[in-house]
Write a protein of this length. Structure first.
Length: 219
């Protein structure tokens, strides 16, 4: 099913010769499939709780469920760690935005131009690792990659300029997180990780459709 849904996006990405579009198309469909499967499982478990006569066998362990799919019951220390990591990432990107931009455009040319490409590379990897560790508490280890990729992919579908892309990605992240947690608050039997991811995927689909419509108008 995922392959069938991915194929049209994959073909369109090949036509535009964009490896990023291919990766985003694959990730969007795969994480959406996983998130929707987990949501369906949660609805099924909720129905079993309402109607115990439907139960066949035991359920999944709650601790493992929360670890894989996220948990909103985050301690104060974890929240402080998340705030500190977010501030550190923002300050670092503001201080080194030119070096990071040059490195992302062409690492070899950036190094020739005097940018410490090795330092920038390992700094980005360190920040990525810290963000993943913090994000796993909210979205779970299975779906944390969606929080890293989908906001940027959605923003790139709407704009190609660095400033607007950063602002749009931040806005998409906030809308996805708040929207997912609002769904989780209304339907408490749903895991918050898949709820957040489905909101992010919905935003990506809308942005992708708008991008295709704009291309057809200008063609």
């Amino acid at each position: 099913m995922s392959q069938l849904l991915t194929n049209p996006l994959y073909r369109n990405a090949l036509l535009t010769a964009s490896a990023l579009a291919i990766a985003c198309a694959l990730l969007s469909v795969l994480v959406a499939s996983l998130a929707w499967g987990v949501v369906a499982l949660a609805i099924h478990r909720h129905a079993i709780n309402l109607h115990p006569e439907l139960k066949h066998g035991g359920g999944a362990d709650t601790a493992a469920w929360d670890y894989l799919l996220g948990d909103v019951r985050i301690s104060t220390h974890a929240m402080l760690a998340g705030v500190c990591v977010s501030i550190a990432v923002i300050v670092t990107l503001l201080a080194l935005h030119k070096e990071v931009l040059y490195y992302c455009m062409d690492p070899a040319l950036a190094e020739v131009s005097g940018v410490r490409a090795g330092f920038v590379h390992y700094l980005l990897m360190l920040m990525l690792a810290l963000v993943i560790v913090v994000g796993m508490r909210l979205a779970g280890s299975l779906l944390v990659t969606a929080l890293l990729v989908l906001p940027g992919a959605t923003a790139l579908a709407l704009s190609k300029r660095l400033g607007p892309v950063v602002l749009l990605a931040t806005l998409v992240s906030l809308v996805g997180t708040i929207g997912g947690l609002a769904i989780r608050a209304k339907y408490t039997y749903l895991p918050n990780g898949p709820a957040i991811v489905l909101v992010l995927v919905g935003q990506f689909v809308l942005a992708y459709a708008w991008q295709l419509a704009r291309k057809h108008r200008t063609a």
